[in-house]
Design a protein around this ligand. Structure first.
Ligand SMILES: Cc1ncc(COP(=O)(O)O)c(C=O)c1O
Length: 445
């Protein structure tokens, strides 16, 4: 399909859209416009085919253009486009919560709906504080996040996150009482690890140090991504997450896993928590929940957390929190249809069977010029390039651009190239992503 589907706006027409997380002037001088998508591919406005190496933005896990999802959404919009979820309900919201509870990690069967990963994170943080208060421990107000963590762009998520550029402009407005664990990226010890790195479980013990500093009685929750994507794919060392769980249990601190990118099959189980056999108390999700078709997020809460709120008079609202679009009917329809596709096609576990081939493919880039590290887990891969002296990020950006010119979409963070293709990927497409990326890395000085 090469037809020009959407006219490219004249250059002057690009001004009004203030683009998120984008170098606006650079982009608008040389735009990359997508017009259509199906299966593993996008097509640009001028009809070029682009192989999607990142599932859009880590969300289109079942591949693009799924009719089942589109049909479910249009049917729902035609039936009832909106229904309030405050003091009202509509059946598919309950159906969706029940369906999600069935694939959730053990005990995490109470679901709060949001519209994005950022909202899921802020919701989980608020639930954590309110949970302790409901149990008579209202002094537990601190959070422990992690360096290089990404938890979205709300004030809560930004404060527990640890990405400098996302924080430095807003330093004066951070949520107070937040401390950070060290990140677990250590190329010196773990370079070119296949799967989880061996070295670094002891980094979890830093939590004991922070607890000793602040006292456990002041700490509400620890929040980490089981695998972080936005800071450039950082993996948990073997044993690290279990250790965090043990320390949290010891001190009655809630553990929150931010599974916005690892949720819905990315690493070969429905959730990373199941893949790593560590169950948090709260789990934040979004992205793959609706295959990216309609914005939606969900916080999975352990039943013990929910139950702690279910006290006092029956007519009392237990949690003063929610969004106009929580459990939006079109989003619920999209999520139900998405789950059907995931289950029918075995996509919640397919990454596990593809992982060995994927690992070999990604690690074949070892030894190319400037490649400092290659990391992988499930259907996630990352190639870390040596930064140019005084020009960090420029090599990575050039690689991203050249891949796009050659018909492969990758994601760049600084000098790290991240890969997270739709879970429907086939061997020939894995090969094409790696060949293209390899050729470009060889070329970019
Ligand atoms: C781990 C994690 N948490 C939260 C978010 C924020 O999600 P959203 O952009 O939907 O607000 C992201 C987005 O990439 C993420 O990777």
């Amino acid at each position: 399909m090469n037809a020009q589907l959407t006219p490219t706006p004249a250059t002057g027409d690009l001004d009004a859209f203030w683009m998120p997380f984008t170098a606006n002037r650079q982009f608008k001088a040389n735009p990359r416009m997508l017009a259509r998508a199906e299966g593993m591919y996008y097509w640009t406005v001028d009809g070029r085919e682009i192989l999607d190496g990142v599932a859009g933005l880590w969300c289109v896990n079942a591949g693009h253009g799924r009719r089942e999802i589109t049909d479910a959404v249009s049917k729902q919009l035609a039936t009832m486009e909106f229904a309030p979820a405050f003091q009202m309900g509509h059946p598919i919201a309950f159906e969706l919560a029940n369906r999600l509870a069935k694939v959730a990690p053990p005990g995490l069967d109470r679901i709060f709906f949001t519209n994005s990963g950022s909202e899921s994170v802020d919701t989980a943080l608020k639930i954590a504080i309110a949970y302790h208060r409901a149990r008579g421990a209202g002094q537990r107000i601190r959070f422990i996040g992690r360096e290089k963590g990404y938890h979205g762009v709300g004030f809560g998520g930004m404060s527990v996150g640890g990405i400098v550029n996302n924080r430095k402009f807003f330093a004066a407005s951070m949520v107070p009482g937040v401390d950070h664990l060290p990140h677990t990226l250590d190329i010196e010890h773990n370079s070119f690890s296949r799967g989880l790195p061996q070295w670094g479980a002891h980094l979890a013990d830093e939590l004991e140090r922070l607890i000793a500093l602040h006292d456990a009685s002041t700490i509400a929750a620890v929040i980490v991504e089981p695998i972080s994507g936005s800071a450039g794919v950082i993996l948990p060392p073997i044993g690290y997450l279990k250790r965090l769980r043990e320390i949290c249990d010891k001190h009655d601190i809630l553990l929150i896993f931010d599974e916005v990118i690892t949720g819905f099959g990315r690493i070969g189980k429905p959730f990373a928590s199941q893949a790593f056999d560590v169950t948090p108390d709260l789990m934040t999700t979004a992205k793959g929940l609706t295959n990216g078709a309609i914005p939606m997020g969900a916080v999975f809460a352990h039943r013990k957390v929910y139950d702690a709120f279910m006290q006092g008079p029956d007519n009392a609202i237990e949690l003063f929190h929610g969004y106009t679009y929580s459990a939006h009917p079109a989003a619920c329809a999209a999520a139900l249809a998405t789950l059907d596709v995931y289950v029918r096609e075995g996509l919640l576990t397919r990454a596990a069977s593809l992982a060995p081939e994927w690992e070999n493919a990604v690690h074949s880039l070892r030894g190319l010029p400037h490649v400092q590290d290659v990391r992988n887990y499930g259907l996630i891969g990352a190639v870390e390039l040596e930064p140019r002296a005084g020009k960090a990020g420029t090599r990575g950006f050039e690689v991203f651009l050249k891949c796009f010119e050659r018909g492969v979409m990758v994601r760049q963070t600084g000098d790290t190239i991240a890969l997270s293709p739709p879970l429907i990927i086939e061997s020939k497409q894995i090969a094409r992503i790696i060949e293209t990326l390899g050729a470009v890395i060889r070329e970019v000085a």
